[in-house]
Write a protein that binds this ligand. Structure first.
Ligand code: BMA
Length: 360
């Protein structure tokens, strides 16, 4: 299949990008200051490359926090904001707010995000990890994993990054990974999640659920299953919030392989139907990024790359992917929209479980 496309041979990359710009587009607000480094020579597999000064967040990033990883960022005004998984020095994870002018150098709040309930009273989760940050209409939503008599999903909303109001838990236990779509689909909010156990979960497929009001969730559908390829044979889970594009929802997710030394987490790519996102249109049989660098292979949990956010600019086609590395650091990687979509399509293999509506 690869030979059929000239898109990956030297200068042809640029030609291909120009040729397809007219046809393919991300549907999102422009972000002219998306963090970026041009593609280096010698990329032979998926057209994605790491920031050469990774990791962008190192160890002991702030007082009482030993490690920051698996964190989500987005443009905010002229600058950037993010929700960061901070592993405290007592070992308990919580969420911290961070701000940046360039989306590379981050300043973190010393205190955890002070969640409140609907009456304005303090309402802190016992623990909170793997946060995502997604704007739908005029509200920012934070989605994370927390204790709800077992691991489940926590939710909060903010309009100003000053008051963070908890919402009802969307799902009963156990579920440890959830991401919201950035717009309503057919009038409903849509959340992607991965039902699991309360431990390290040796299984797991991606589902979606709908809600008219962010309180009541239903109309659950299966999106895609594990076991598709060897690198994602144990479990899969949502990653960055899906990007709306002319081709469908572009999804960067994580896939886990089991080895005699434990799990290995890689990044996968898929494209979901815009109106029925439980239908997978394309799913790349190859990982698009797998642990290779010291900060991905070595750390608190070795061999983990865990995507949680993108910053992307429809005008230039630039996508910056933020990922947790080895449960210890934040890494940044780059790709061009058209090139990554071409790669996903070129190596796409979908099965019946992927392409069906996901309802039984
Ligand atoms: C998963 C989650 C992630 C973590 C990964 C690797 O189950 O807990 O937060 O990055 O394991 O340890």
């Amino acid at each position: 299949m690869r030979q059929a496309s000239a898109a990956y041979a030297g200068d042809e990359i640029i030609k291909s990008r120009k040729d397809t710009t007219m046809k393919m587009k991300m549907i999102a607000p422009p972000v002219p200051n998306v963090p970026w480094q041009e593609k280096p020579e010698g990329i032979v597999n998926a057209p994605i490359w790491r920031y050469d000064e990774n990791p962008v967040v190192g160890r002991n990033p702030s007082e009482n926090v030993a490690r920051i990883f698996n964190s989500a960022v987005m443009p905010y005004g002229e600058a950037f904001i993010g929700v960061f998984r901070g592993e405290q020095t007592n070992g308990v994870p919580h969420i911290y707010l961070g701000r940046s002018e360039d989306a590379i150098h981050w300043a973190f709040d010393k205190e955890k995000i002070p969640f409140v309930d609907a009456d304005g009273n303090p309402a802190m989760p016992h623990y909170a990890y793997d946060p995502r940050l997604v704007k739908v209409e005029d509200t920012y939503y934070i989605i994370w994993c927390q204790d709800f008599y077992g691991a489940s999903i926590g939710l909060a909303e903010t309009k100003d990054f000053k008051t963070f109001t908890r919402l009802e838990s969307p799902f009963i236990p156990y579920n440890r990974n959830a991401v919201l779509f950035p717009r309503k689909i057919n009038g409903n909010f849509v959340m992607m999640s991965r039902p699991s156990d309360s431990g390290h979960t040796p299984f797991g497929d991606i589902f979606i659920s709908e809600s008219p009001d962010m309180v009541y969730w239903g109309k659950h559908r299966h999106v895609m299953g594990r076991g598709h390829a060897w690198w994602e044979s144990v479990k899969i889970g949502g990653g960055a919030a899906p990007i709306e594009t002319s081709e469908g929802w572009l999804l960067f997710y994580h896939g886990v392989s089991g080895t005699c030394n434990g799990f290995v987490y890689s990044i996968g790519g898929a494209i979901l139907d815009l109106e029925n996102p439980s239908k997978v249109l394309y799913r790349c049989e190859n990982f698009i990024l797998t642990p290779e660098e010291w900060y991905e292979e070595r750390g608190f949990v070795p061999n983990v790359i865990f995507p949680c956010a993108t910053i992307h600019d429809p005008d230039s086609g630039k996508i910056a992917i933020y990922y947790g590395a080895a449960d210890s650091y934040v890494g940044l990687a780059f790709c061009y929209f058209e090139e990554i979509v071409e790669y996903i399509k070129e190596y796409s293999k979908v099965n019946e479980m992927d392409t069906e509506l996901g309802k039984r």
